[in-house]
Write a protein that binds this ligand. Structure first.
Ligand code: MG
Length: 380
């Protein structure tokens, strides 16, 4: 159903606000394709603001605080969790979106939602669940985010799920299946770009802080070397702790500036007339070619030296063993499942339902369940 906005006397409506602030090619709330289950529009919150609020108030969002990004909780308490990563993405995405005059409310909702489907133990957990479900369609955190939004969160009496707008759901669907014929909205592209800027910067920070790599190791990379030279030029010689922090700030700043420079130049020369037209452009938001190569060098380094570090490999093995053991245990003994997932098994199949239950767990809860269910017996 198309939204119907009614002004409250004296207050600026979302339509008035967006007409003033947004570019014609931004996704305007008035053009939203609405929600699957028709709802009356809110008097002073636009549809994407409501999406954001629904996401923030969901159980799955709160659980992001207990889910690891790259490093587990027992490695310390400095590094990012899935929740703090999400907030950093939202902040950078909003900066990009505001500069490009896109819809910040939609961007914020998309950013806060983008990692909501991550199972415990990050990508290690995702791989384990995907292997468990290899004969039942596999597991993808991007797809699972849609299951959360449409089926698993129960917040309203009239329908299951969060009943988010089609724009947020479609933005997530594109993440789940990148073969879509059309480009996603620019707001969706902004969040993708912000995600990559964010993890390249914070994984570098966390890896140095945790002692997995040193700034000297990183200096071999062109992007970091340039960043360190900029820092030296601006602030002189800093101690290692402050150097690390300044490098991370600079790393975000140069990436955001590069993306904005490219996008700003293109969009001012070829401004699409509306959001739909922006989806047909040859142009896609992202770093310049020169920058992309330097960024890929950093990413290859992080992959080899950090994500595949022996400490992380050991964690992966443990995490995958836990998840696979729990999967087998719950599939064999459905009576151990919470009633709603037992019941869900009748419609989606027991394997899928068990994976849905496991994927919703925080790292700590998953560990507790494992200890509880395997106490006193050897599980191979
Ligand atoms: Mg992310």
């Amino acid at each position: 159903m198309k939204p119907d906005f009614t002004a409250m006397s004296g207050l600026q409506t979302i339509v008035e606000r967006e007409a003033m602030l947004l570019a014609p090619y931004a996704m305007h709330s008035a053009d939203s394709r609405g929600r699957r289950h028709a709802e009356t529009e809110h008097a002073y919150r636009g549809p994407f603001q409501r999406d954001r609020d629904r996401i923030v108030h969901s159980a799955a969002f709160r659980r992001l605080s207990g889910k690891m990004q790259v490093f587990t909780g027992d490695m310390g308490d400095y590094h990012r969790t899935r929740l703090t990563h999400t907030h950093e993405v939202a902040s950078i995405a909003r900066t990009l979106g505001r500069s490009l005059r896109l819809n910040e409310d939609l961007i914020e909702a998309l950013a806060l939602f983008h990692d909501i489907g991550h199972p415990p133990y990050g990508h290690a957990g995702e791989e384990a669940l995907d292997q468990c479900l290899q004969d039942a369609g596999g597991f993808s955190h991007n797809q699972y985010a849609l299951t959360i939004a449409e089926e698993l969160e129960i917040r309203y009496h009239r329908f299951p799920g969060l009943n988010l707008t089609q724009e947020v759901l479609e933005g997530q669907a594109v993440r789940a299946d990148k073969r879509a014929p059309q480009q996603p909205l620019l707001e969706v592209q902004v969040v993708d770009v912000a995600d990559s800027i964010t993890y390249d910067a914070h994984d570098t920070d966390d890896a140095v802080k945790l002692g997995l790599v040193t700034l000297d190791d990183l200096r071999r990379l062109e992007l970091i070397r340039e960043t360190m030279e900029n820092v030296q030029q601006r602030f002189g010689t800093l101690n290692p702790e402050l150097t690390r922090k300044a490098v991370v700030h600079e790393l975000i700043d140069v990436q955001v500036s590069d993306v904005l420079q490219v996008a700003g130049a293109y969009l001012s020369e070829h401004p699409p007339e509306h959001a739909e037209a922006a989806r047909c452009l040859e142009f896609r938001l992202g770093p310049s070619q020169g920058f992309l190569e330097k960024k890929m060098e950093l990413e290859r380094f992080l992959y080899a030296q950090v994500y595949r570090h022996p400490r992380l490999i050991a964690m992966r093995t443990r995490a995958q063993h836990r998840l696979k053991t729990l999967f087998g245990t719950f599939v064999d003994q459905e009576n151990l499942l919470p009633p709603r997932f037992r019941k869900r098994g009748q419609s989606v199949g027991i394997e899928r339902s068990v994976a849905d239950y496991l994927a919703g767990m925080t790292d700590r809860f998953c560990e507790q369940k494992f200890e509880q269910l395997t106490a006193g017996r050897v599980v191979g």
